[in-house]
Ligand binder design. Sequence first.
Ligand SMILES: [Zn+2]
Ligand SMILES: [Zn+2]
Length: 164
Amino acid sequence: MRCDMRVDLKHIRENPGGVLPFEYEMDLSGIEKSAPNPVKVSGRIVNRAGVLLLDMTIGTDLSLVCDRCAMPINRDKSVRYEAVIAESVEDEEIDDIIVCGEDYLELDGFAADAFILGLDSKNLCREDCKGLCQICGNDLNESECGCVTDDIDPRLEKLKQLLK
Ligand SMILES: [Zn+2]
Ligand SMILES: [Zn+2]
């Protein structure tokens, strides 16, 4: 990764009510092919009554391809991630907890994980994309190719055979 983001926890831990803003860019192109552009990470760590709360937004312009028609799509994606930063695990039931007893916290791994987890599993160029013809590969959004797709019910298929 291009830039390791380390935040200094020492001072914010000693400063109830304190706010530590951060902003940087990281490079995820090596691990996520839909994110060739710099990924912006911005957020802050707040010391609320001695508890450190992390709140960050991770975003970039994704280069995707439509799952149905394979058309390239550029789409802004941003993922919000919130967590408690604790020095030790007191309650293992809490989901978003970062355990860090050190004076510094490396944010990259958390930001990268949160972003990749937050990516959509399905990407369509548009909600009603008709996709490609399974027979000739024609883009059905652009034109009808006239191919007869034979995806009929197998029971009807039997009937068709009988009628021949
Ligand atoms: Zn499409
Ligand atoms: Zn066709």
